[in-house]
Design a protein around this ligand. Sequence first.
Ligand SMILES: NC(=O)c1ccc[n+]([C@@H]2O[C@H](COP(=O)([O-])OP(=O)(O)OC[C@H]3O[C@@H](n4cnc5c(N)ncnc54)[C@H](OP(=O)(O)O)[C@@H]3O)[C@@H](O)[C@H]2O)c1
Length: 177
Amino acid sequence: MAREVVLYIAASLDGYIARADDNLDWLTETESEGDAGYAEMYQSIDTVLMGKRTYDWLLEHTDAFPYPDKKCYVFSTTEKGSTDHVEFVNEDVLAFTRKLKEEDGAKIWMVGGGGILDAFIKHHLIDEYIITVTPHILGAGIPLFKANNPEIHLFLKESRRYGQFVQMHYLTTRDGN
Ligand SMILES: NC(=O)c1ccc[n+]([C@@H]2O[C@H](COP(=O)([O-])OP(=O)(O)OC[C@H]3O[C@@H](n4cnc5c(N)ncnc54)[C@H](OP(=O)(O)O)[C@@H]3O)[C@@H](O)[C@H]2O)c1
């Protein structure tokens, strides 16, 4: 069975994942209860995917690379090769991800951001959507969903409250297979 790609991401109530200037203070300042399911998600995956702008944000804002124990791929058309922690990918998104899903292993985390996620949604590559909503209407920023997506019908597996967050966990198939 192909391994699942999980989108685990936080967004404002009006659907932004970052302010236009990449500021995430609104998210980090939101009062949570526990880790909002992060540890459970993190132990279920062995591979991490992200776009180059999200990678750059992490380098700038974290003291140490946060996913050193996972295989990390960063999609980029400008950066090549690899570092101690990540491998840069400039391949057809659909072909690359299909191949990855057929490899042995655990689930795959699509971290974001909005640019690379758009390709994943349009190619129907996300199997689980775990969206954690903050109590903000930001009015502008980087959207979680861009325009002209295909129509995708999901099944609600669970909804949970973590302090001021609400988390919705959707599957693309009713039984998760
Ligand atoms: N709220 C959350 O949970 C959350 C999660 C993740 C990220 N974020 C935030 O989102 C922001 C970044 O999002 P973003 O939408 O601006 O950027 P992004 O999706 O992280 O990265 C975009 C970059 O990825 C590369 N890319 C995109 N599509 C590609 C493709 N098909 N093939 C190869 N490379 C491709 C390109 O890099 P090159 O220019 O090198 O070609 C592009 O400039 C940051 O502020 C980050 O902190 C928030």
